[in-house]
Design a protein around this ligand. Structure first.
Ligand code: PLP
Length: 360
């Protein structure tokens, strides 16, 4: 069976060389006689795999020394709670920017722990744009400001880093981490679930500035206390070891591609292929404000929704998989993360053209 081009939003496609390497190392990792998933997380081999993964991530993202890198359980949604538990630091309020599905979910969880003040929202336009900096009203008493740099479902991306002054900026970068270089020093905390741009599901990566940890709310479970996890090298308990190993292989693959600057250029080129086509057709429609279009998730619809089922069936038969949009939005969505090769995007655009020609 040939591999398909998988446009799923997450769990998402992984680089083929990474999967091949994992397959080769599956039964016997480098003469150890066992699979990485069978090894003690405290053994020499796994400790080295873990340390290499962290070192490679630090190098790729140029993470400053005064930031901790944590590999945790619970995915990104776990961080919706874990962030307030750790970062409120006795304050009563946190500020949130609401740009769609994932921001809304983060806000709902935060409300269990504090008062949420909404710094900005794009709900007035059905979450199809990123509110500009001059539309933000950050509560200066807030413990932090949380935003979602890429809304995976709506396909809205901030192509700039907000300035929140003295109030630490927190980003749920689940769906655009590693897609471009960013200045980590502008953030108090960055978190991401792994299954979009990092590796298999089951892992959240947290990059947090030193001075923000150590003041978790007293009720915080120890495995969710950043300080406890940082002090234990993310091994307060057994970490998701195999997922960390896989993430490490992805980091090495990214380095071989030339790092994040090179990935950004490829991602811009891939996104341009599909958006340029969407801009010159009446057959399909892209709902997102042009300047805020995501490079990672491209939602689009057929003007004639009666053709949706046929579009999906025919694309699938072509080896173009998982194009159905999220049930909250409908239509189609092509997720084109780092691991989606440019050939996949070309094949998609070619198919879309042909479908237009035969059904337009
Ligand atoms: C997928 C996603 C999540 C949820 O991730 P889980 O790992 O399933 O908890 C949260 N935020 C964003 C932006 C996402 O894309």
């Amino acid at each position: 069976m040939a591999r398909v081009f998988n446009f799923g939003a997450g769990p998402a496609t992984l680089p083929e060389p990474v999967i091949r390497q994992a397959a080769e190392e599956m039964l016997d990792w480098h003469g150890s006689g066992m699979s990485v998933m069978e090894m003690s997380h405290r053994g020499k081999i796994f400790v080295a795999i873990h340390a290499q993964a962290e070192a490679d991530l630090r190098e790729l993202m140029a993470i400053p020394k005064n930031y901790k890198v944590l590999f945790l359980h619970g995915g990104a949604a776990g961080q919706f709670s874990i962030v307030p538990m750790n970062l409120l630091r006795g304050k009563a309020t946190a500020s949130y920017v609401n740009t769609g599905h994932w921001s809304t979910r983060a806000i709902a969880e935060a409300k269990r722990y504090c008062k949420v003040s909404i710094a900005a929202s794009s709900e007035d336009a059905k979450f199809t744009y990123a509110p500009r900096q001059d539309q933000w009203k950050v509560d200066s008493a807030a413990a932090y400001v949380h935003y979602t740099p890429n809304e995976t479902i709506g396909g809205v991306e901030f192509h700039w880093i907000p300035d929140t002054g003295e109030v630490p900026l927190v980003a749920d970068a689940s769906s655009n981490i590693l897609s471009r270089p960013i200045d980590v020093s502008r953030f108090g905390l960055i978190y991401a679930g792994a299954q979009k741009n990092i590796g298999p599901a089951g892992l959240a990566i947290v990059i947090v500035r030193d001075d923000l940890i150590g003041q978790a709310a007293p009720f915080t479970p120890a495995i969710f206390d950043y300080k406890a996890q940082a002090g234990a090298d993310s091994m307060y308990n057994t970490p998701p070891s195999y997922t960390i190993y896989m993430a490490g292989l992805v980091f090495q693959w990214l380095k071989r591609q030339g790092g994040l600057k090179a990935m950004e250029e490829i991602n811009i080129a891939k996104a341009r292929l599909i958006y340029d086509y969407l801009d010159q057709t009446e057959f399909y429609h892209s709902p997102v404000a042009k300047e805020d279009r995501s490079r990672m998730n491209v939602p689009f619809s057929l003007r004639n929704a009666k053709l949706d089922e046929e579009f999906l069936a025919r694309s699938k038969a072509r080896g173009l998989s998982e194009l159905k949009g999220h049930r909250a939005v409908g239509g189609m969505r092509a997720s084109i993360y780092n691991a989606m090769p440019v050939e996949g995007v070309k094949a998609l655009v070619e198919f879309m053209r042909e479908f237009e020609r035969t059904h337009g």
